[in-house]
Ligand binder design. Sequence first.
Ligand SMILES: [Zn+2]
Length: 380
Amino acid sequence: MTAAVRYELIKTCKQSGARLGKLHTPHGVIETPVFMPVGTLATVKTMSPEELKEIGAGIILSNTYHLWLRPGHEIVREAGGLHQFMNWDRAILTDSGGFQVFSLSDLREITEEGVHFRNHLSGEKLFLSPEGAMEIQNALGSDIMMAFDECPPYPAEFEYMKASVERTTRWAERCLNAHKRPEDQALFGIVQGGEYEELRKLSAESLVSLDFPGYAIGGLSVGEPKDIMNRVLEFTTPLLPQNKPRYLMGVGSPDSLIDGAIRGVDMFDCVLPTRIARNGTCMTSKGRLVVRNAKYAHDYRPLDEHCDCYACKNYSRAYIRHLVKCNETFGFRLTSYHNLYFLVNLMEQVKQAIREDRLLDFRNEFFEQYGFNKPDAKNF
Ligand SMILES: [Zn+2]
């Protein structure tokens, strides 16, 4: 059977080893490396699907856990699936709910069968298993679904992590067996193992033997220093098949997108650009800009003088600062639009640099301009 999602490697950057590719999905072809905006509750906060298309987003992520609680996956199924429900005809990836179960709820109990926990909204007792996560994602009808995994906190002891990795592999197999729509939904496995090379190897090898159409690298960007994340990527991506996509979960700061691509990652997602936008923080070609700050009160320049997005073409820092300070929705729309445009555009530049075999040079230029090379560099 042909997989619902297929990865085509176009070229490898001679300077960095980064991959330029195409992801063929039932809802369009996406060039990679790609950044996927996050639409937690079937909406990328403040953005319409038309605006997402205008920006150039070809795939977005939505959260299984949140849609399971509200409005409930049966309502989405009844609507004809998530694409129909939210009026988005491009690709959608759903996570498994695992990360939220582990990060949002306390009082959880992990058993071989699944996880018992309390609903973070109502306190009601709930249970999620690999089979449950598949049933919900089959109802949502996303193009890419994720296997239900355990995402242990950082740092975790080796012995705990080993037991967790082994259970995550058993759960991945159960996910494959429970998946009802492999012809139009691709199920990705998630490599875990924390910072331990031996465990990443164990996880990757056992998942690769199950032959998923794609692989995610989970358990990163959970509080570990960036050099640890980069080191884990360096020894993990070579364990994954060349002809399948690799997805680094929960990563969206500009430097990490470039550093991930250099280490052979094809897909990224993060709430970062939209979350900080609602705080009045912007990503610009010169670094982080907190438009809320008093120094922008009389600044009539755009958020980013090198950006040609809708927000930058039409509105000033002073105006956006005023809106954000007054909690005006339009202000958050403008900062969200700009930040997403910035990351989508950054990935365009990364792809161009791969085409020209100069991604390491591009990294140096970008880091220099962004200010990452300065001792007082502010990251996200
Ligand atoms: Zn802009």
